[in-house]
Design a protein around this ligand. Structure first.
Ligand code: CO8
Length: 263
């Protein structure tokens, strides 16, 4: 399938999606969101892809938010439909059965920060800026920001960001726990790809089980989370990957995971 607002390629088991509307700083409009949800379905169905990487085209922005030109034309019902489409698509991203890394290369504002928050973790360029400036437009974050940000950094820091609309520099985002690593702009993609390749070499069944266990557990009490972990662990024990991983250790060789979900 070909896309007007996205670039996509696969290398070494890593799928890379680039938001590609650089003239509008990669802002999210209806057309882009529709393409993104189609592409996520394609990625989920492609056995070859073990890790997904997201970034923005150009050197200025990851995603500068929802497209304000389009947003300004919406009546309340159109606004609700757009917010619903954004929430559903971003939820699809969060639930993708493979690890997702956001490489934030510039502005990640509003829907851009909300998109990055649905990745499993974020690497950022030193020049990146995060923020939820919706309040300055007289609206609120509508792509999950009021829910995912407080879960990640706690409600008080999240409320300060949401109420002020302030931009946060990459180093501050690192201190707050929004991003895992800050890189010089020129090495962001290399460092992100290095981590993506390392993860892609792990077993696909166990990666999927680990992601599901963490995500489900975050929305449950500890006892329920531990039950989820038990089931996920048992699933791994039934996999070719577990047989290969344990045999490789005992035979003192590198494991070669096939990345199949055939159990
Ligand atoms: N939407 C549409 N166009 C945009 C956007 C955007 N979000 N951001 C930038 N652009 C466009 C600019 O209009 C400009 O276009 P043109 O060259 O045709 O004038 C071009 O991109 C370059 O932008 P600037 O000239 O403004 O570049 P600067 O370097 O001066 O500033 C900023 C960069 C700081 C990123 C600035 O562009 C900015 O503040 N952008 C808006 C950021 C923002 O407020 N984002 C939040 C949007 S709201 C949102 O995301 C809500 C999500 C939930 C929606 C729920 C559904 C209802």
């Amino acid at each position: 399938m070909s896309y007007q607002n996205l670039l996509f390629h696969v290398e070494d088991g890593v799928g890379s999606i680039t938001f590609n509307r650089p003239k509008a700083l990669n802002a999210l409009n209806n057309a882009l969101l529709a393409e993104f949800s189609d592409l996520l379905a394609e990625v989920a169905g492609n056995e070859e892809i073990r890790v997904l990487l997201l970034t923005g085209a150009g050197d200025k922005a990851f995603v500068a938010g929802a497209d304000i030109t389009e947003l300004a034309t919406f009546n309340p019902l159109q606004g609700k439909a757009f917010a619903k489409k954004g929430q559903e698509t971003i939820q699809m991203l969060q639930e993708l059965p493979i690890p997702v890394i956001a490489a934030v290369n510039g502005f990640a504002l509003g829907g851009g920060t909300e998109m990055a928050l649905a990745a499993d973790f974020i690497y950022a360029s030193e020049s990146a800026n995060f923020g939820l400036p919706e309040i300055t437009l007289g609206i609120i974050p509508g792509f999950g920001g009021t829910q995912r940000l407080p879960r990640l950094i706690g409600s008080n820091l999240a409320k300060e960001m949401i109420f002020t609309g302030n931009m946060i520099k990459a180093r501050d985002a690192l201190d707050m726990g929004i991003v895992n690593r800050v890189c010089p702009p020129e090495s962001l993609m290399t460092e992100t790809m290095d981590t993506a390749r390392k993860i892609a070499a792990r077993g696909k069944v166990s990666l999927r089980a680990a992601k599901e266990a963490v995500n489900s557990g975050l929305n449950a009490d500890l006892a329920t989370g531990l039950l989820v972990e038990l089931d996920a662990f048992a699933l791994c024990m039934a996999s070719d990957d577990a047989r290969e991983g344990t045999s490789a250790f005992l035979e003192k060789r590198q494991a070669e995971f096939q990345g199949k979900l055939n159990e």
